[in-house]
Structure formats: C-alpha cells, structure tokens
Design a protein around this ligand. Structure first.
Ligand SMILES: Cc1ncc(COP(=O)(O)O)c(C=O)c1O
Length: 392
C-alpha cells in the first residue's frame, strides 16, 4: 500500500466508533469493566480493552498504528513531546555504567540531557563529529547506544545511517535516530538498519504549530521496553493532542511536497544572491555529502540555514531580520508558516559547538512555510536589499 493511502486508512476501524469518519477523542482517563472477570482478563492479548489512558487510549492508539505503518516498525509509542520521546527512548536502552555515543550536531536539549541528567545517573556520553563514517575511535567495550540525527537541525550534517547502524550492531549497541527533519515520508531509518526512530511530531507531522507531540517507533523486543519506560515516566500523549496530530498527519504528503517545492525555489534563489555566502540545505547539489542524502532520503523538507556576507554588525543583523514581513521569528519549525531565527548565541559552549559545525554569528535558520514561494522570495529580496545598503 502506498504511503498516502496508509496515512488515511491504517489503524482505522470506523465500526468501532459508530461509523464516524474521524476517530473520536476518547476524553477518558479511565475505562471501566462490566464484570470482575472482564477486569481480571484485561491483560489477555485477545482482550481489546483499555484500562487507563496513561497506558493506552483508543485515539492515541490510532495515531500510533499509523505511525508504525509509516516507519515500517512493529509499533509506536506516542509521547507528550519530542523530548519525551527522546528521553524515554534513551533511558529504556541504558543502565548506570553504560557509555553512549551521540552525534555532535544533535538537538541541543538532547545533548544537555545526555551531558547532565544521564551523566548524573552514571551514563557517560561521547559526542562524535557528524562527518564520521567510522565510530571505532570512540567505541568502548561498554558502548550500548549510538544516537544519530540526520539531517541535524542547525548545520544539517548528514550521517550514513546504514553504515553507522551496522557498525553499532556489530559492537552490540543499539541505534536511535531522530527523523524529525525528513519525516517517514522522506527517510526510512528502520529500513537502513536503525533500531529506534524518534520524532518531534510537533514539527511537520502535526504541521500547524498547535500541539506538542513525540513519537517512538521500534520492533519487538525493544518496543516493549520503551513502552514500559514511557508509561513509567508518565509522558504519554493525551487524546486531544492525538486527534489534532491525526488531523495534521492526513495532509502530511501534500504539505511536505509543497514545503519541498517552495524550499527548493527559495534556497536556489538565495544561493545565487550576492549577499548570501552559503545556503546549508541538503536538497542543493552544493550541500556537503549531497550524494549520501540522495541515497538515503527520497525528498527534502524545508528547514535550512544561510550565512550572510560580508560579515555583519549586530545592527545590520537586526535590520535584516526585523525587515522581513512574512517570516516570523520563532524557534520551532514544520508548521505552515515561514520562520527565521539567528543562530548567534551568547552561550560559550554552544558557540564552541557552532565553531565545530562551521556556523557563525552571520548564520540564520529559515523554515519555509506554505506561503507562495514568489512572495517569500520578494520578502527576502527586500530585506537583503536593506542589508546591502546598510553594509555598503
Ligand atoms: C530535531 C529536533 N528533535 C527533537 C525536538 C524536540 O521536540 P519537542 O519540541 O516536540 O519536544 C526538536 C524541537 O525543536 C527538534 O528540532
């Protein structure tokens, strides 16, 4: 079955909810039982009953089943945010005394979690360069986890998912990959050998900047381990968010095609502009490791970074951003609206990281939304003209 069909039909059983086209929001913390025997039998695999919404909820279950189908995994655990998915996945795989490897370009809060809380619990993490194709220099006898994120969300570095997951497996370590940028429509990490896939569904999957959502997909027996930890942490998803996420998910293929087409137009236009030094977009042939991206992804979403030239003063950077009319200033991405953020930061550790990733104070991250691409280009053109006159 094609993906656009699975998105609409997987996990749906309309007869279960009076023929309603959309699964209703089961606004219930609790499910009751008609008899003591039914209660005692509730854990039998043949019983399709629900007990308590922290463990499972019918609306959430539809979303999980669709997502499992899209990522080609045995199952999915939906969580209250992307970070809920990431921390539950990591914690379900590691014990005190274990060592983890994580890509240096991973999402900042993921890095902070590994570097601070996980460290306090006796888990040590080494961050390896995102261009590494061989993990041998960093693998230790107790390395149990390799954490990947391809593309990253600031510098967009790619990792060879098949190669690194094969090496991790040979070492006895599991791999987790954050697939938020590409979505299951454009990248299938499980098919490339990755054990666990995590998503900030808050981004393209929900698609409307109106909810937080995390998703974890895996095969058994890892899936059961992950579900136990996610339930214990209590960070599972509520039914109202699941309903909104389902609503977003149904149009993901359409939205993503449009995001991609617009991002390609805007990125190509920016690449030719004299005031733009670099466009860091995995969809451009000029992008480092473009061929790897073509091999392991079937399309590109719409988040990328640019670098202005010549180097700007703080006032010029403010002028460029503040003169944009169609790009809101905001940290998230994947909604229908276009966004921009400066990548400059006063944080010394993040500045050092940015130095390693080739980013600097003249870099900005753009998310290309569903506005008309010509309008977005016209908006960027007038802001760059103002920037140009201010640097002249
Ligand atoms: C790449 C990436 N992964 C994970 C997350 C965390 O997701 P959430 O904000 O839904 O917790 C984000 C959020 O920005 C992200 O950009």
């Amino acid at each position: 079955m094609h993906v656009s069909t699975s998105i609409l039909h997987a996990g749906e059983d309309r007869e279960e909810y009076a023929g309603a086209v959309n699964p209703p929001i089961y606004h219930a913390s609790l499910f009751t039982f008609p008899s003591m025997q039914a209660f005692l039998d509730r854990h039998q695999p043949s019983e399709k009953r629900y007990t308590y919404s922290r463990d499972a909820n019918p609306t959430v279950r539809v979303l999980e089943q669709k997502m499992a189908r899209l990522e080609n995994a045995d199952g999915c655990v939906a969580t209250a945010s992307g970070m809920g998915a990431i921390t539950a996945a990591i914690l379900s795989m590691l014990n005190a005394g274990d060592h983890a490897l994580a890509v240096d370009s991973c999402y900042g809060p993921t890095r902070r979690f590994l570097d601070t809380m996980a460290r306090r619990w006796g888990i040590e993490t080494t961050f390896f360069p995102p261009t590494a194709d061989d993990l041998s220099p960093w693998l230790r006898p107790n390395t149990r986890l390799v954490y990947l994120e391809s593309p990253g969300s600031h510098s967009f570095h790619l990792q060879d998912l098949a190669r690194l997951s094969a090496q991790a497996r040979a070492h006895g370590a599991v791999t987790i990959a954050d697939n938020s940028w590409a979505t299951p429509l454009y990248q299938q990490p499980h098919q490339l050998g990755v054990d666990i896939v995590v998503h900030s569904g808050t981004k393209y999957i929900a698609g409307h900047s109106d909810l937080l959502l995390g998703l974890i997909t895996a095969n058994e027996p890892l899936l059961a381990q992950i579900r136990t930890v996610a339930i214990a942490l209590g960070a599972t998803l509520g039914p109202a968010e699941a309903y909104l996420a389902l609503r977003g998910l149904r149009t993901l293929p359409l939205r993503l095609r449009q995001h991609e087409a617009h991002a390609q137009s805007v990125a190509r236009w920016l690449e030719d502009h004299p005031k733009i030094k670099r466009v860091l977009y995995p969809g451009l042939p000029s992008f480092p490791r473009y061929e790897l991206g073509r091999r392991q992804m079937s399309g590109y979403s719409s988040l990328f970074s640019i670098e202005l030239q010549p180097p700007a003063t703080p006032q010029q950077r403010h002028r460029f951003v503040d003169s944009l009319n169609l790009f809101s200033i905001g940290v998230s991405w994947g909604g229908y609206e276009s966004l921009i953020i400066p990548l400059l930061t006063p944080d010394a550790d993040v500045r050092a990281l940015h130095g390693r990733l080739g980013l600097n104070d003249d870099c900005f991250r753009l998310c290309i939304g569903l506005e008309d691409a010509e309008d977005l280009i016209a908006d960027l053109a007038q802001a760059l003209t103002l920037y140009e006159t201010s640097v002249a």
